[in-house]
Every structure is written in C-alpha cells, then in structure tokens.
Design a protein around this ligand. Structure first.
Ligand SMILES: [Zn+2]
Length: 409
C-alpha cells in the first residue's frame, strides 16, 4: 500500500471537502495515521448521489471539471468528476499498459466501439460508423444481423491495428461471421482490447481463436476510475497500483470479497474506499510476465444484456443513456434509480425512484422520442414511480433489466 499517497489524500480530503471532513470527524479517523485507513466507512453509490457537491474539493469549481456519467449495472446514475490533469494521468496509465503488451501500438489505426453517449460526444459519435483520422468509431447499440454485416464490412475496409470492444459485442461479431462463413482473420487486427464488462473465459477463448496472431487483452475499467487493472500475456489482471489502491473486504473462504477502490490522485472529487459493486480476489504471488503489481481475479462483474425487437438485437446500454439524457435535460439527478421491465416486444415499464413527482408524462414522452431518434423504433412506455425498487431474491441485487427471454434460434 502506498501509505504516503494515501495519507496525503486523506489529509487533503479532510481539509478541502465538506463530506470527508464530517465523515472523518464523526468516525474518529486520524488522517495522519495510515492504520486508520481501514476504519474509514465505505463510499457507496448512494453516498455519492446524495453528497455530490460536498465530495468535490473547495479548491475546484464544479463547472471547470470533466464529467463522467455512469449508472452501470446498478441503475443508479452518478456524476463523477475530475480535472484535466487527472484525465491525462488516467490516459497515460492506460496507454502505458497497452505498450507493455505491444510496444509499437501508439498512433496505429484503432477501432472504438461506443454507445454514442460519451462525454466527448461529437459528430464522430453520431451514426453507426464514423471515421476520424486513424480512429473508426462504431456504435454498438444494435447488433442485429443487418448492422453487424455493415460493421464487418467497415472493419475489413478500415484494417485496424487495434480494436477496443466489449466482449459480448465482439462475440456477436464472431458468431455472425461463423454463421455466415466470413473470416474474422481478414480483419487483420493485431490487438484486441476487451473491457467494460466481465470477461467470461469461453468468450475470451472464442475471440483468441477468431483473431489468431492478435494480442487479446482485458481492461478491467470503470467509468469512475478508467483502468483499474489490465491483463498481461498470461491473462492476469494486474492492478494499476500507480493510480489506485484496491482492496477486498468481507472475503469468503476462498478469499473473494467486495472490491473497494481508492483513487490516489483525483483530489478534485476524492473517492475514498469506494464500493464498486464487483467481487474479486487479490493475489500478490509473482507473475512470470515480470510485472510487480498484484493480480486481481474477478469473480463477477457487469454483464451485457440485450433485448430483441423485430430483427434488432439491442444492447441494454440504451436505457442507461436514455435515463442519463433525461437527468441532463433536467440539470439534476432527477431519476435516482431505475429498473426496466419488458412487458411485450415493444412495451416497456420504467420503474423510477425520484425525489420529484408529476413528471411521468414528460419522461414517457422523452423515452419514446429517444428510442425513435436513436433506433427508429416506436415503443409503448409506462412510467411508474416507486418508493424503492425490489431486490432480486436469488442474487440479492437489483435486477435493472428484465427482458423477455427468447429461445435461441
Ligand atoms: Zn502478469
């Protein structure tokens, strides 16, 4: 553990943020004593939502910070902020990891699969496929066959060195190619970076087989922190310890516990002992790749879900985008939590937790026009306000997306 960095962060947070100043004083935390670090209560998504402004340092103007919106698999929209220097630091850390696996990767042709909603949203992120210099942007929201065909053709024409994609989306491409006797090898990618969701071994193996000769790397990243851990040639996820302190708590007998992350450099909005919601195990035994950083074994994490609509196969991400766009419109975290239930193919219920009332009709209209604009599909929508959302008894978690399951053809 990088004690000095942590103590510096704790002292800063105590002096410059209302939230941590109160938290530390209420819990008797001595920020000069590194041993008190593990006494600090965890930071939950709900804590961030409720104390967004209080977590931001007095030294920063909220409007000058970069904003990352996330709601991941929790259905809880969050605004995470950091300054330009942190953005550069995060980006350098990620490129540093890539370079360890492929020393000449910088400046090569790259394909980025995206959901069309990112902070950097610009004209290149509109439409299905757009090229900006050496980068090709591909929207992955719809992976119905007609779309995947276009994506495949664009990849062949572009000839990328690197592809950055979610495992489930690339898996869709690979199975599409198998079904249609097309060769993924013809895409000639040299570096595949998977990320944004849990990587199942069978999917990784399919992708390795589909792209012989390519480095297949896994980036365990989150919108809150960017890259948390990155895989080496042994497929071990090494923690990016320079940037983050990662610990696990409440471990089971095998050593798997809840992953808790502290960002070491983001002083603008310190996340100290943040409960990310994933389960993992930290191993410190040496890896033959030569990296010294501990290895994170993930047990679970975010998975991808799709819903079917006609011949469309649509990524659940679109719901998160839609809800976030409504919060942006209202300039507040109007929707604190959401859950989606598919009642019929084109009929969805949105269960919403909010501090506000009487906006159901406005939200309903917003959702309908969002889907019409993004996918050209007309949905029937019910919006219902809830005091709280029911937890799934089996997983003990909120099941955000509840889609009709069709038999696989
Ligand atoms: Zn390694």
């Amino acid at each position: 553990m990088d004690g000095k960095k942590i103590v510096n962060l704790l002292q800063y947070a105590e002096n410059y943020t209302e939230y941590y100043s109160k938290l530390f004083s209420n819990n008797g935390i001595n920020t000069r004593d590194i041993n008190d670090f593990t006494k600090i209560p965890f930071l939950s998504k709900a804590d961030i939502q409720m104390n967004e402004k209080e977590i931001i340092s007095d030294e920063y103007d909220i409007n000058s910070l970069l904003l990352e919106r996330t709601s991941g698999s929790s259905g809880i929209p969050l605004n995470c902020r950091y300054d330009k220097n942190e953005r550069i630091r995060r980006s350098l850390a990620l490129w540093g990891e890539r370079k360890k696996n492929s020393s000449d990767i910088m400046g090569k042709k790259m394909v980025i699969f995206h959901a069309g909603n990112r902070r950097h949203a610009n004209s290149t992120r509109n439409g299905l496929i757009a090229r900006d210099g050496n980068t090709l942007y591909i929207n992955y929201l719809n992976v119905g066959d007609t779309y995947v065909e276009k994506i495949y053709d664009a990849l062949i024409e572009f000839g990328p060195y690197m592809i950055r994609c979610q495992p489930s989306i690339l898996f869709e491409l690979v199975t599409y190619c198998k079904r249609n006797n097309k060769s993924t090898g013809d895409i000639q990618a040299q570096y595949i970076e998977l990320g944004s969701e849990y990587l199942f071994e069978y999917i990784r193996d399919e992708i390795i087989e589909a792209f012989p000769g390519a480095v297949v790397a896994n980036n365990y990243g989150t919108q809150e922190f960017f890259c948390v851990a990155y895989s080496c040639p042994n497929h071990n996820l090494h923690i990016v310890s320079e940037q983050l302190h990662v610990e696990t708590v409440n471990e089971d007998e095998e050593g798997y516990g809840e992953i808790i992350i502290t960002s070491l450099h983001n002083y603008a909005m310190p996340f100290i002992r943040y409960k990310i919601g994933d389960i993992g195990k930290i191993e410190t035994k040496p890896c033959s790749c030569g990296r010294k950083e501990p290895v994170l074994q993930l047990k679970s994490g975010r998975t991808s879900e799709f819903f079917m609509y006609g011949s469309n196969k649509v990524h659940a991400h679109i719901f998160k985008n839609c809800i976030e766009s409504f919060n942006v419109l209202k300039q507040k975290t109007f929707i604190k939590q959401f859950q989606v239930i598919q009642l019929k193919e084109h009929h969805f219920e949105f269960k919403i937790v909010s501090d506000y009332t009487s906006f159901q009709e406005e939200l309903r209209t917003h959702i309908k026009s969002f889907f019409l604009e993004k996918l050209g599909i007309e949905l029937e929508i019910i919006v219902s306000l809830q005091e709280q959302l029911a937890i799934d008894e089996k997983s003990n978690k909120l099941k955000v997306y509840n889609f009709i399951q069709y038999d696989k053809v």
